[in-house]
Design a protein around this ligand. Structure first.
Ligand code: FAD
Length: 465
């Protein structure tokens, strides 16, 4: 007997789809490009999902109402978001955790060092790896057939309907299909093409590092766009974090992130500041810093702090560069000492006295320096001083397939009746740019579940001609 639902991908979105389809009574096959030991894509690197709630809920304190979540999304995306799909995601985030628990996911409050998120984000006990493993276990129990090292290269689509997928020279048919194969962040050639050459003659993407899996090569995304699926988003928009310049090319994960930006200043290789380090809470800003660094010469910058910042952020995995004086620090990181000192002196002179509070948008700001630092601006004057070299770390890209509240792939505005999409492959519908921590998993969980339900319905209703 043929498979009802074929799920392509092996991360959170794919697993949510597979579990829902199986629960609905469909026979399901899941094709994961990675070998078993690397299964789970970027989802294995995650720690939490952002959840709406009107009152305290198990690990979540206070309330995080729909309107506040929506305003947060509106702000970070600059309005480049589909409100209907964004609100659908937000509402789904308030009810999905019981279902997640049923499939073996456990939650915990954030550890200290994860700033400002005890109210908004539910953390997975054991991290994303434990979540992915729990979902695979549950999927196996429900009879989902899982195949590893099965990268899908192309689909057969007839009149907007899924017919078959090809893995090498093997043709796999099913009555319906869910695409959840991630973005194209692991494909360095595509990133290079998207970012092009800058005014300095550099190819910025050559200096990018990929924070997660090497398997999200965007093969299916490219194929679908070539087949005429409706696109969403801009190929240069992505979740991009400033990470330690020494991080590995792939799979460095969260421990390579440098989280002290808002506690100090950031300078480029010309020893100049270039952006407000205290614009907003770090979870709402960390994902723009990769892009900011990408726009600097050599795609490199340096986060500079003094001893007052120590103990106030998650310590990075690599050693800091440490010096007793600022000129010595500049020398150690290879910056022009005079320019560096001018930048630091200008900044220090511009810091206005205030009451420092890293848990609120405090009144410590600069006056008379460009760019301004609008919160947490304290003079950098208490040695020892520390520096971390930063490079852009791509988390996931936003170019994807346009969809609607049924998660259907669309061709020329017409929704397919048996081909659906979830996760990074469609996150650009909600995230035109920017990011707020934990919303990637909220989108993948909401749309993975919808896609799985819809795919099961399409298959069980006998959608096969
Ligand atoms: C270091 C890091 C930390 C993060 N932390 C968080 C967090 O705490 N909270 C949050 O909300 N988000 C976080 N994210 C973002 C989050 O990982 C994504 O939003 C989410 O995991 C996307 O899920 P997905 O299923 O779409 O993609 P993935 O989990 O990446 O899964 C894609 C899957 O598709 C497979 N695949 C790719 N191409 C093919 C093909 N051709 N054929 C078959 N299979 C294919 C891959 O092997 C992979 O299994 C983080 C990302 C990274 C890299």
């Amino acid at each position: 007997m043929g498979t009802d639902v074929l799920v392509i991908g092996g991360g959170n979105a794919a697993l949510c789809a597979a579990l829902m389809a199986a629960e609905a009574g469909a026979s399901v096959m899941l094709l994961e490009a990675a070998p078993r030991e690397w299964r789970g894509g970027n989802s294995g690197h995650t720690r939490n999902l952002r959840c709406m709630h009107d009152a305290p809920q198990d690990v979540l304190v206070d309330a995080y109402p729909e309107e506040e979540f929506w305003q947060d999304l509106l702000k970070v995306t600059g309005g480049i978001t589909n409100e209907k799909l964004a609100r659908l995601t937000i509402r789904a985030s308030s009810t999905c955790r019981d279902w997640m628990r049923k499939h073996g996911v456990h939650f915990q409050p954030p550890l200290s060092g994860a700033l400002h998120v005890a109210r908004t984000n539910a953390f997975f006990m054991g991290g994303g790896k434990a979540l992915v493993n729990a979902y695979y276990r549950s999927a196996e129990k429900l009879g989902v057939q899982i195949r590893y090292e099965a990268p899908v290269e192309r689909l057969e689509i007839e009149n907007g309907r899924f017919v078959a997928a090809w893995v090498g020279d093997e043709r796999i048919t099913a009555k319906s299909c869910v695409l959840a194969a991630g973005g194209f962040e692991s494909n360095r050639e595509w990133l290079r093409e998207a970012w092009g050459q800058n005014e300095r003659g550099e190819w910025p993407a050559d200096n990018f590092l990929i924070r997660g899996t090497r398997f999200n090569q965007g093969v299916l995304l490219k194929h679908m766009l070539a087949q005429g699926a409706d696109p969403i988003g801009d190929a240069t928009q992505a979740h991009m974090v400033a990470i330690d310049a020494r991080a590995p090319l792939y799979d460095g994960g969260i421990c390579t992130r440098i989280d002290c930006v808002s506690l100090g200043v950031v300078v480029n290789t010309e020893a100049r500041r270039f952006y407000d380090e205290g614009e907003d809470f770090w979870p709402k800003r960390y994902a723009i810093w990769g892009r900011l660094v990408a726009q600097q010469p050599g795609q490199t910058a340096y986060s500079i702090i003094d001893s007052k910042a120590i103990g106030r952020f998650m310590p990075p995995v690599f050693d800091d560069v440490k010096a007793n004086t600022l000129p010595e620090l500049a020398q150690k990181i290879g910056l022009d000492v005079d320019t560096f000192m001018q930048t630091l002196n200008d900044y220090n002179a511009a810091c206005r006295p205030g009451t420092f509070d890293h848990t609120t948008l405090d009144d410590c700001h600069t006056d008379g320096v460009t760019p301004a630092k609008t919160h947490w601006a304290r003079t950098i004057d208490s040695g020892p001083f520390y520096a971390y070299a930063l490079r852009p770390g791509v988390t996931f890209t936003y170019l994807g397939l346009e969809t609607d509240d049924t998660a259907a792939v669309r061709f020329g505005g017409v929704p397919s009746d048996n081909l659906f999409v979830a996760g990074e492959m469609m996150a650009g519908n909600v995230l035109g740019k920017g990011y707020t921590a934990g919303v990637g998993m909220s989108i993948g969980t909401a749309f993975g579940r919808i896609a799985g339900t819809q795919a099961a319905q399409a298959a069980l209703a006998g959608a096969q001609p």
